[in-house]
Design a protein around this ligand. Structure first.
Ligand SMILES: C[S@@+](CC[C@H](N)C(=O)[O-])C[C@H]1O[C@@H](n2cnc3c(N)ncnc32)[C@H](O)[C@@H]1O
Length: 460
């Protein structure tokens, strides 16, 4: 696995604790453990914690290489959390006490490096031991940390493949819900896909085949450009400056394509930022109104539109506050959701959310959809979508909505409407994708975000 360079070179600009020594590389491991605690204990999102402007202060104090290393450690520790846990637990004579969470995070950060990352094993152990010694909550366990991590180095070649085969890297609540919805086989395939980092998909304004060549990738069955691991920063890739493309998972590119002819029509994107779908609407010739309640995210959307040289009207508002008589020809509601479809890129999602979050989000989506319907005339189209794998935020939500509101009907997606979409359609013509879809031969080039989308027509 490629990771940022290991050699710890530079100390953090702010020290972790007054008594923390200047040991190269220690601040990175301490920050990784701190962020892991914030994700699994306080249910904070990894993206929020590692935001360049608003992220966790110790993280922001690191230089960019060290930040990259913290993210690599965390993505790995979360992607393989249960496998790491199983291998650590087997080395313990008795389970760690429930309040030994700091010790557990130090062990997970160390084990993630030893088991999965291309970093020197001895540095991972030494830094974990120093970390334990310099935290009063874990000082007395420094020898235990040393013993467990050294054992992992010794046994990993034999024990890791077995542990990966026996372990499911997801919390029980999620596995149970996936089994109920998708059955045993598909759930296995989804969980296997979650262990592979997602490829990078691009939506291009035109000439997908040409751009696939230029970017060194392929085109997906639905016409996105896909690259398994682009070289260098996104902003240095050909076409970035001129605004020829934007990053968007191939599944996320489908909801907008469900609108039939929108050229010259007024279309509102009601949950717009960062704007991948807004951009598609603009490229298809709609007069787009982009509604977004977060000022920061709206700013990002506007920056993206400037780079892409596209036009829209931007409205900073909670969509629930829009006047009902706004009168759009059509609306897209790409609603806030649990994001369980994006685990390949965001393995923190499963550890920072649970069923109660899904239930709350489904209720919010219901309210947002009520409002979305009120914004189009009778006969108008509403596309509802989100990146959740959970039925409660998809098929079941629409069942409940149609049965209760009685003002919309499903306008079924036809299998030949969009090239490559047929395998992703439900019996009643909704879009349902999962990371197990689009097996393109190589795991690094396969998969889709989990997405749900339905096209609705207002009937009264
Ligand atoms: C799933 S993201 C949308 C992604 C976007 N459609 C895209 O394709 O790039 C949901 C967005 O909706 C915004 N949002 C959530 N609730 C909202 C509301 N009540 N009114 C307006 N925007 C909202 C969030 O801030 C977030 O930016």
């Amino acid at each position: 696995m490629n990771t940022p360079a290991s050699a710890p070179r530079k100390t953090s600009k702010i020290r972790q604790k007054a008594d923390t020594p200047d040991i190269p590389g220690l601040a990175v491991r301490q920050t990784a453990a701190k962020l892991l605690a914030a994700i699994v204990e306080q249910k904070t999102s990894l993206d929020g914690l590692t935001d360049e402007q608003h992220g966790q202060p110790h993280y922001r104090a690191l230089d960019s290489r060290d930040r990259g290393l913290v993210r690599a450690i965390l993505l790995t520790a979360l992607r393989y959390r249960r496998t790491i846990e199983a291998l650590i637990e087997r080395r313990l004579e008795r389970p760690l006490p429930g309040n030994a969470t700091t010790l557990s995070h130090i062990l997970h950060v160390g084990a993630a490096q030893i088991l999965f990352l291309d970093l020197p094993d001895h540095a991972a152990v030494d830094l974990a031991v120093e970390h334990a010694k310099h935290d009063p909550r874990t000082r007395r366990f420094a020898n235990l940390v040393n013993a467990i991590l050294r054992t992992l180095i010794r046994i990993k070649e034999r024990a890791l493949p077995a542990a990966l085969a026996q372990t499911v890297d997801a919390p029980d609540w999620f596995v149970e819900r996936m089994r109920q919805t998708y059955g045993e086989e598909k759930t296995k395939a989804i969980l296997a896909a979650h262990r592979v980092e997602a490829p990078l998909d691009f939506t291009v304004k035109e000439n997908a085949a040409e751009w696939a060549k230029t970017l060194g990738g392929i085109t997906t069955p639905t016409g996105s450009v896909r690259v398994s691991k682009p070289e260098g920063a996104i902003s240095t890739l050909p076409g970035y400056e001129e605004g020829a493309w934007w990053i968007q998972d191939a599944a996320a590119a489908l909801p907008v394509r469900l609108f039939k002819n929108i050229s010259g029509k007024s279309v509102a994107d009601l949950c717009a930022a960062p704007g991948g779908k807004t951009a598609q609407l603009a490229v298809r010739g709609a007069e787009v109104t982009a509604v977004e309640q977060s000022a920061n995210r709206l700013r990002r959307l506007q920056e993206n539109f400037a780079r892409l040289r596209l036009d829209a009207s931007f409205v900073h508002s909670n969509l629930l506050d829009l006047p009902d008589e706004a009168g759009f020809d059509a609306v897209l509601l790409d609603a806030p959701c649990s994001s369980t479809g994006t685990v390949r890129r965001h393995p923190d999602v499963l550890w920072a959310k649970d069923v109660s979050d899904i239930e709350k989000l489904a209720d919010l989506q219901y309210k947002l959809l009520q409002k979305a319907v009120s914004l189009v005339p009778v006969g108008g189209t509403i596309v509802f979508s989100n990146c959740s794998l959970d039925r409660l935020e998809g098929e079941a939500l629409i069942d409940r909505f149609i049965a209760t509101e009685k003002n919309v009907k499903i306008d079924a997606i036809e299998p030949d409407e969009i090239e490559g979409i047929a395998p992703l359609l439900t019996e009643r013509g909704e879009l349902r994708s999962t990371p197990a879809d689009f097996d393109l031969g190589f795991p690094q080039l396969s998969g889709l975000d989990g997405f749900y989308a339905v096209r609705l027509n207002r009937t009264r």
